[in-house]
Design a protein around this ligand. Sequence first.
Ligand code: NAP
Ligand code: SF4
Length: 677
Amino acid sequence: MPKTGTERFATLLSPIRAGTRELRNRVVMGSMHTRLETEPDGIERQIAFYAERARGEAAIIVTGGFSPNAEGIFDPEGPRLDDPEAARALRPICAAVQAEGSLICAQILHAGRYAKIEGCVAPSPIRAPINRFTPREMTDADIRRTIDDFATAAANAQAAGFDGVEIMGSEGYLINEFTVTHTNRREDDWGGSVANRHRFPVEIVRAVRARCGPDFLIIYRISAADLVEGGAPAEEIAALARSIEAAGADILNTGIGWHEARVPTIAYPVPRAVWRKAAANVKAAVSIPVVASNRINTPDIAEDILASGDADMVSMARPFLADPHFVRKAREGRADEINTCIACNQACLDFIFSDRTVSCLVNPRAGRETMFRDTPAAQPRNVAVVGGGAAGMAAAAEAARLGHRVTLFEAGDRLGGQLNLARAAPGKDEFDETLRYYASQIARHGVTLRLGQRAGGADLAGFDHVVIATGVVPRIPDLPGVDHPRVATYAQILSGERVAGDTVAVMGAGGIGHDVAEFLVTDPAEAHDPAVFCETWGVDPAFAAPGALAGDPLAPRPARRKVIMLQRKTAKAGAGLGVSTGWILRNALRKHGVEAIGGVVYERIDDAGLHILVDGQPRTIAADTIVLCTGQEPERSLAEDLAARGIAATMIGGAKEAAELDALRAIDEGVRLAQSL
Ligand code: NAP
Ligand code: SF4
């Protein structure tokens, strides 16, 4: 007999005691900036957002960070908890979460030298490399007032109905800045010795406990690996953990890496669960529950971490954007229906960094719960969706979920479209989870699947609604010799239909050009093997060295072949890549010796290779293979056929607009179209 959810994930779903509270399972929904509070209907949207995740059975929900005072805000619009009246406005959010059986904790985050404001403060006046503002050195009085501000913020949260707080002590924010010599050069009682550097967080925890009493949950987020030079070694982290426990914290959550670190910590190039031993180091030092975090995105991995004893609980943040019902589905034996976070950061962090509210590439409803409906369609219709890529799968699954009778036509022998190509880039095989999710939804909601059938006008005449999601085809530039045998499209390379030679010219330095270049130079093991990942990025695999660094994160790596990436623009290659992942990709290519040349004029391709002009000077790249990553064109032949027959159809995804098509837009358009039927 197959195992039930509670048998398969026995540790994950078992209750645990923290302080005076009994938690229903071992899952914390980690803190995320949502920016929902900046919207006019912010409270309603936060109620819907958090309550949905409580229905999904997270044991504890931690909110985005609230500053304890004016200097600690992350940006000028950042939320604060220093005003009891403003805190009380959050009461309905707490009530909605608690009504669904979860506990809710407010995160208190003082941004320190990361605060993007004039007048930011820090233990020492050292500017962060990621902030243009230089902080003011805090005086002794500032420090004592800030400790009190933390206690006041916690008391305000308690009065508003929160079950507890998470005190943010990691990621390079103010508290973390006090704990390490990288940013703390003080010579008074708050700097120098380990005990002095730990005094600030210890006093904060003591003050919060004294102000809020024994039943108020205190989670302290400790930096388990700073990943910056001058960061803490394992023994200092263990000492801090013990002091924080003694000061009265109930739970130690772990954070990994400062925001300025040059080591990727959460994006798709990071192997799943690679940081688990950093949490294990903390767990070895204390007896209160310790939470593992970062790149934990399936219940199987979470169970493995807990069952092995590396941690007592797991924190997942983005996985709750991707699927608010993560825990519930695991418990109900429906783990195959979990919409898995693929660690792309495209609609969560990248939206936040561009001042938009949070959402999710694989779940466009995230953060917009009040705008999407769940009610079945009043009039179920016969819907044909043509094309089984991201847009088509999303449209078909959502329309069927809402009660429409859906037939999905896919000319190929499997679903996925461009996702089947994207998945070949190192780390992007996370898209396999998206393919698995849609396969489960298409089966669960009874979509009729016509694989291997290229639908024509005659097949589509009887439907009430036809959706064209036929996607894109690679653009072939108009260039003499483009039909030379050395030329391959990105689709041929990523699908494995063609194998590149030892020297490769990649034409086009957009998202696909970068992915193809990385595919060509990288050993596939780098994306999955924690040991190779640590070696590549200079991380100490035992997380014992200062800052957990054992080498230079930007040190060169052997490449599988020589790759030269070209573009006509003079702008920096990869300028349009995602804010939170582009730097990783650019550094990875640099480490593998990929040469990027901008401002080129393509002349021709022949037996000698690719002939270009750079600054007006002719140059020949003697490439064995020339890969076209020169954009895409829409595949619309069906639309023309249907128009000729007078059959109305709606186009979505790449068929509608090929420029800048990505999975984010494709899934979003698919779901929205289904909602509008
Ligand atoms: P893209 O980012 O627009 O890049 C197309 C590239 O082709 C550009 O470098 C352009 O540069 C070049 N190009 C366009 N027309 C050309 C022509 N006629 N002859 C020669 N070169 C030409 O598009 P993409 O790489 O195809 O990616 C599609 C979408 O997926 C984009 O929105 C992209 O952001 C997204 N994506 C992102 C990632 C990622 O962030 N890691 C990965 C994959 C895809 P020049 O005009 O300067 O030569
Ligand atoms: Fe995960 Fe990407 Fe969704 Fe962010 S946008 S939650 S990284 S799947």
